[in-house]
Design a protein. Sequence first.
Length: 238
Amino acid sequence: MLISTENSRSNIADTRLACTLAAVAGALNTAAFEAVGFFSANMTGNVSSLSDHLAKANLAPALFFLSIVSLFIAGSAFSTMIINSGRRRNMRTVYAINIIIEGMGLVVLGIVESWLKPLSPGVLLILCLSFLMGLQNAVVTRISNARVRTTHVSGTSTDIGIELAMLFDVLRRKESPKDAPLYLERLRLHSFTLLSFLAGGMAGIWLFHLLGYVFLIFIGVGVILLALHNMLKKQQSQ
């Protein structure tokens, strides 16, 4: 799921990728909101908040939301540079390596938040998660050739509506029935992504209340193990 790329990928691989990493993103997003009242990957809301504070000349809050958006973009750019470098070297494991970096970042963040007690824990949490969510979203976008998104569900919800409309037109004989399996496949993928984000969000709240910031370490280790498992399977298949 983190090895095969672009047009060579199966729908099963994309679905597994979407369900797993959407659940991770949902858990991190909702737990961060529960902790400090901000979303780390909702760039639509964050840019809207930025524009609101700029219009009202609230410079300090505007700088905070500008930092969130900038770090999400920086995470995506950082991830893409690693992917591009790996692809030039024909490293098919470069996507898994990026996910390991994400997991390591979560572990370090969890340690800092849990035991080092930073001066501004909420600010640090949101800014770091924004960078890591940008990194993850770039990985998923590149490996799936933009078929899958995991850190937010606006586009996914739109895709669900599109596929439902296409299937409705198939039923009305306005679209060719031969394309119905493709629409159903896409609808299944996007629906599973949304549901996984929802389930991950619920789990994130429970984990945060149960473990506190240690939940970041828990998720980080899980993400690292997932990536290592994919890399090991790749080596065994060669």
